[in-house]
Design a protein. Structure first.
Length: 196
């Protein structure tokens, strides 16, 4: 029986999740099959079930792994001594870097989360809602301290998140500029409109 080849310092489960994210991104969660995932790993489909419970379990792990990374970063931002503008820049920078370094998983998390089972879906949406609330609170603090214009924070957060989520199009242009250039340009464009 063939074994799943792992990358250096990676587990079999990590390799399965990497391949699942790529497959789900390319074909969509509904159209992707366990057989195709097994083939991409060089094993038979029945062997894959020694490592996973279901295709839905893989989607859940991908979505919640991405959410955990964003949440952990947000927790660090919230306790930092930086001002609201610096915190917002850190959040934008993290989104750009995460999308650039973990594209398939972030793409799947942004586009396929609606296919999570109901219980997982509710938890995932609650995490997203809290993340957005934390961003809104950071912008409110910036407005109160006269760092930002008197804007509607919820709309500004929507604009920032929509802009950074839309960077998936960068994959078509990734050789035209560096991640650092993209980070700094996004920060300049997204913050320039709200900083006094």
């Amino acid at each position: 029986m063939a074994k799943i080849k792992t990358e250096t310092n990676g587990s079999i489960k990590d390799m399965i999740l990497i391949n699942a994210a790529e497959l789900f991104r390319k074909k969509g969660f509904a159209a992707a099959s366990v057989r195709e995932l097994a083939e991409s790993l060089g094993i038979e489909a029945p062997s894959l079930y020694n490592h996973i419970g279901s295709k839905a379990e893989l989607l859940q792990e991908i979505c919640f792994d991405v959410a955990k990374d964003y949440t952990m970063h947000m927790d660090d931002v919230l306790v930092s001594k930086k001002n609201a503008a610096q915190k917002t820049a850190d959040i934008i920078r993290f989104h750009v870097r995460k999308l650039s370094t973990d594209f398939d998983k972030v793409f799947v998390s942004e586009h396929e989360w609606k296919r999570l089972p109901q219980k997982n879906l509710e938890e995932f949406l609650a995490q997203r809602k809290l993340y957005e609330k934390n961003m809104i609170d950071i912008l409110k603090d910036g407005i109160e301290k006269k760092l930002f214009k008197n804007i509607l924070p919820s709309i500004a957060v929507l604009a920032i998140l929509s802009a950074v989520r839309g960077l998936e199009l960068r994959q078509r242009h990734k050789n035209e500029f560096t991640i650092e250039e993209l980070e700094e340009t996004m920060i300049e464009h997204l913050l320039h409109g709200i900083i006094k």
